[in-house]
Design a protein around this ligand. Sequence first.
Ligand SMILES: Cc1cc2nc3c(=O)[nH]c(=O)nc-3n(C[C@H](O)[C@H](O)[C@H](O)COP(=O)(O)O)c2cc1C
Length: 322
Amino acid sequence: MGRTRRVAGPDMGVEVGGVRLPDPVMTAAGTSGYGAELAAYVDLSRLGAVVVKSLSAGPWAGNPAPRIHATPAGMINSVGLDNPGVEAWLEEYLNPLERAGARTVVSLWGRSLGEYARAAELLVRGLGAPGGSSVVAVEVNVSCPNLEERRGIFAHDPDMTAGVVAACVAELAPGGLPVWAKLSPNVTDLVPIVDAAMGAGASGVTLGNTLLGLVIDTEARRPLLGGGGGGLSGPAVRPVAVRNVFEVHARRPDVPIVGVGGVATGRDAVEYLMAGARAVQVGTASFADPRASTIVSDELTTWCETHGVGRVSEIIGAAHEH
Ligand SMILES: Cc1cc2nc3c(=O)[nH]c(=O)nc-3n(C[C@H](O)[C@H](O)[C@H](O)COP(=O)(O)O)c2cc1C
């Protein structure tokens, strides 16, 4: 592969988790609204997909303020997954996304297996006939506490992860919707959890969510965020997430991976793809600039052009060749 040969109009299409996307760059759940909020700034149809803020079966109020706080090279949040619920989302937010020409990935969450299954069931019921909407996949946010069995975060345990994924797949697979399991980086070894998710029917994994963190308000002598601890995101977490992608791809090269954490430039996206991700999501960077996801996409395209890469999929896993 010539590194200085310029390639005109590289093919930016990728296959990831049972879906063909025209571009590997998506938004990340919870960082660009529920629907077409970003359409005022970017052409959503140019992105690989828009991933909506996580939805639960019913409405949920989330955590008390303050909910976000700037940290060195990132931010910490304890938004607490507030959302209007699947049915209200279908009524209010899906149409604007379809009018904007976006491919949509719906993110779901719950606090018990039953709540995850119910959210998936309501989605299937609301979407109607398979293939009749812009929804191309469902990303299941497994990083939620299991309130029913009080066994901690679902995504920290392979059996609980498998349970959530299987419950969602049972509802969504008949309608042809692939399920991506969005896993937590706050574990010692991701591979058994990836295996559990894939064994339960996931079509791919999203790696990963925020890192657990805490900021103290030293004047008030208490945790700064209303929810106590929070999740760290942004460039500060990128090397952690890139390593997770690299290690999962090294040990499970056939598992489709979506990489997320601190992507703010095209070069960051290249890093994830070379580590083994087939697509990337842009989260925190969108708070600084709502155009961030399309800027990343444009810079990635330019990188391919200037590095003689005719198809972006050529570089997936390239860092493993050495
Ligand atoms: C304010 C905020 C809200 C988030 N809400 C969600 C959410 O609803 N569901 C989810 O799966 N991830 C959520 N995330 C995690 C992001 O999707 C992403 O995994 C994480 O922030 C790392 O990517 P980034 O560094 O590009 O932000 C949220 C992150 C932030 C900063």
